[in-house]
Design a protein around this ligand. Structure first.
Ligand SMILES: Nc1nc2c(ncn2[C@@H]2O[C@H](COP(=O)(O)OP(=O)(O)O)[C@@H](O)[C@H]2O)c(=O)[nH]1
Ligand SMILES: [Mg+2]
Length: 320
């Protein structure tokens, strides 16, 4: 496993792919590889791209790759898709799009779908980013679905977060208010050809105008031209990349990059603790059937969740 880490660091794409598959499948030994590469991580600019399924994230990512390559930078893409376990995260359309970059050694695209119910998606995303990072990719784009229960807190893993909104998908100002406002560094209004795009753009801009931006960065709102108009689409995505770079520069200039790095390691430590402590206990409780017993007791109110958790803690964590 360590060997895989070494090879990924040397830029071996097959080794990197294997590692990402192992991360996805939560193969315990994978930690050995991550231990090996961790000291060499932290060089890439990690860009999170989030929004509802079908918002056009992959379409934008595809064009962003072009814009980034034009600036002679290398790109890694991690398409996180917990919603489609059957396709392994990659939809047919995504696969076709990926082919466009297949011949370019400066581009590495992988999807990440975590199988199994025990969460761990955040850990997988963190580790996946590490792999792309040590491959030497300058920019890493992490595409995540920004709605629903399995939402990844991309803010914990990315330096720059882009939120993609589209008209007619419930992305009204209410939705923006509910949390997205805090995490977005850049807002993108996509599907400009659709009714309501201009209205959504104006509403989002108004919303931003009312916010207080203590960090000195007011999130820009960008309208991405319709993908059906390839030239203007490419131009507006290139503008998006300019904003992404400007944001990174802002993080550096204002010394905010260190805060984001702090948040990132705290998240990673939490994820690792969970994997080392909580997950094995949960696994044991499930294997023993003890979990079922506890659930039954709770349903009849024979006991409460806190008493049960304390019992488990006493049994497995004797020093605490
Ligand atoms: N009408 C319209 N459709 C678009 C636009 N951009 C992307 N789409 C379509 O929206 C669908 C979902 O796009 P995709 O990039 O896979 O969305 P994702 O789920 O957010 O990654 C695809 O059928 C795209 O062709 C656009 O500007 N206008
Ligand atoms: Mg997609």
């Amino acid at each position: 496993m360590e060997e895989l880490g070494k090879r990924a660091m040397a830029g071996d794409m097959r080794a990197a792919s294997r590692l990402i598959r192992n991360i996805e499948d939560n193969i315990p030994d994978t930690h050995k590889a991550i231990k090996h590469i961790f000291p060499h991580t932290g060089k890439a600019h990690v860009v999170g791209l989030t929004g509802a399924p079908g918002a056009g994230k992959s379409t934008i990512t595809d064009e962003l790759i072009m814009a980034i390559r034009k600036k002679n930078k290398t790109v890694g893409v991690l398409a996180v898709d917990p919603t489609s376990p059957f396709t392994g995260g990659a939809l047919l359309g995504d696969r076709i799009r990926m082919l466009r970059h297949a011949e370019d050694p400066g581009v590495f695209i992988r999807s990440l779908a975590t199988r199994g119910a025990m969460g761990g998606l955040s850990k997988a995303v963190g580790d996946g980013i590490h792999v792309l990072d040590v491959m030497g990719k300058d920019v890493i784009i992490v595409e995540t679905v920004g709605v629903g229960q399995q939402e990844v807190d991309i803010i914990n893993h990315a330096h720059t977060v882009i939120v993609v909104l589209v008209p007619g998908m419930g992305d009204d100002v209410q939705a923006i208010k509910a949390g997205l406002m805090e995490i977005a560094d850049i807002f993108v209004i996509n599907k400009a050809d659709r009714d309501g795009a201009k209205k959504l753009y104006k509403e989002t801009k108004n919303m931003i105008g009312m916010g207080k931006w203590t960090s000195g960065w007011e999130p820009p709102v960008l309208m991405i031209e319709s993908v059906m108009e390839p030239h203007s689409f490419a131009r507006s995505v290139a503008e998006l990349y300019d904003k992404i770079e400007a944001h990174y520069q802002h993080l550096v200039d204002k010394n905010i990059l260190v805060d984001r790095a702090h948040r990132k390691v705290v998240t990673e430590l939490n994820d690792a603790l969970k994997a080392a402590i909580l997950d094995p206990v949960l696994k044991k409780l499930m294997a023993d059937g003890e979990m079922e017993g506890m659930i039954a007791k709770l349903k009849t109110k024979a006991t409460d969740p806190y008493s049960l958790a304390e019992e488990v803690a006493q049994k497995y964590m004797k020093d605490i």
